[in-house]
Write a protein that binds this ligand. Structure first.
Ligand SMILES: NC(=O)c1ccc[n+]([C@@H]2O[C@H](COP(=O)([O-])OP(=O)(O)OC[C@H]3O[C@@H](n4cnc5c(N)ncnc54)[C@H](OP(=O)(O)O)[C@@H]3O)[C@@H](O)[C@H]2O)c1
Length: 292
């Protein structure tokens, strides 16, 4: 299988590339610089020049592949194009720079996922997108059945919603919610930061009695999961097919509420309502939109 990988030179993306190649897949990695292109070639991947903000490059990369993995993200100001940086810096009051940068990262990510999804549309090809557990609410054990909590810090990210949206046009999409990822080469992640603070303060502090848990994953395990999600999986197809069906029912019912656009007979409206209720029962977090 030929897989298009964005963020292929990143901390997680680089091991996903290795994992996919070792499993016999052909990888094309997105590279935005000569250095990134060299790294990808050395890893045995083909190079596709482009960037997160060059939507045409993303479209072409995904269209030529049988599946895509999206891990690229602006984690630093320098990851954005010059135009975006100028807009962030001078597009409003100096106090709003951070929120303008966050908004740019979220919008860029959403557009990138949508573009890749459109390029894969209608073919049941896979799209696996990296996201974070920070979209989960605090104070309870979160599972894959939980929808993102709109009040959580990470819920600002558009990744999950944009990825789910792609299922409505025939993409076999999954989101991998990553906790802090660790492993060789981790210099700026969560653990190195904790270690740095402990070194500086001379003490490794814990909250309360230290019994609290923090999820974590080794980057090699994360890479394996991305590879497995890229493969055909009937259960994933079933869940995502249900999401698509729910979208259609919601849309028909919404249109039928408006007398001017109503084209559904009473019996078909009732059928759509019944189908939607059944989907909500079977896949509550997948088919229900989170309450705002
Ligand atoms: N690491 C963690 O602990 C963790 C935890 C939860 C979620 N995640 C998520 O997992 C994903 C991957 O994280 P990571 O730690 O591997 O990130 P990373 O090491 O910072 O890598 C980011 C990747 O994105 C690429 N990139 C940045 N700006 C780009 C642009 N304008 N155009 C094209 N590519 C661009 C970078 O390319 P260059 O090499 O050219 O800079 C790099 O390959 C992200 O979505 C992240 O938020 C990570």
């Amino acid at each position: 299988m030929r897989v298009f990988v964005t963020g292929a030179t990143g901390f997680i993306g680089s091991v996903i590339v290795k994992e996919l190649i070792e499993a016999g897949h052909r990888v094309t990695g997105l590279a935005r610089s000569d250095a990134a292109a060299q790294t990808l070639k050395a890893a045995g991947a083909s190079v596709h020049r482009g960037s997160l903000e060059d939507l045409e490059s993303l479209r072409r990369g995904a269209a030529a592949a049988e599946g895509a993995v999206h891990t690229a993200y602006f984690h630093e100001f320098t990851h954005a194009s010059l135009m975006t940086r100028l807009r962030v810096l001078f597009g409003g009051s100096p106090g709003g720079t951070l929120s303008r940068f966050m908004a740019a990262t979220v919008a860029t990510d959403g557009r990138a996922i949508q573009t890749i999804g459109r390029a894969l549309a209608g073919t049941n090809r896979s799209l696996v997108v990296a996201c974070g557990t920070m979209a989960m609410g605090p104070c309870h054990l979160a599972t894959e059945d939980d929808a993102p909590d709109p009040r959580a810090v990470g819920a600002l990210r558009a990744s999950e919603a944009a990825t789910l949206e792609t299922t409505s046009f025939g993409v076999r999409a999954s989101v991998v919610r990553l906790p802090p990822v660790h492993g060789d080469g981790d210099r700026s992640g969560f653990l190195p930061r904790l270690i740095k603070i402990a070194r500086k303060k001379g003490v490794s502090a814990t909250l309360g009695d230290g019994g609290n848990h923090w999820p974590a994953v080794h980057r090699l395990d994360a890479a394996r999961l991305f590879r497995l999600r890229s493969k055909k999986d009937p259960q994933v197809a079933d869940i995502m097919g249900s999401r698509k069906k729910a979208y259609r029912c919601e849309r028909s019912l919404r249109l039928s509420d408006d007398a001017s656009t109503c084209r559904l007979s009473a019996s078909r409206r009732m059928k759509a309502r019944k189908t939607l209720a059944g989907l909500h029962r079977s896949y509550p977090s997948i088919t229900r939109r989170p309450a705002r």
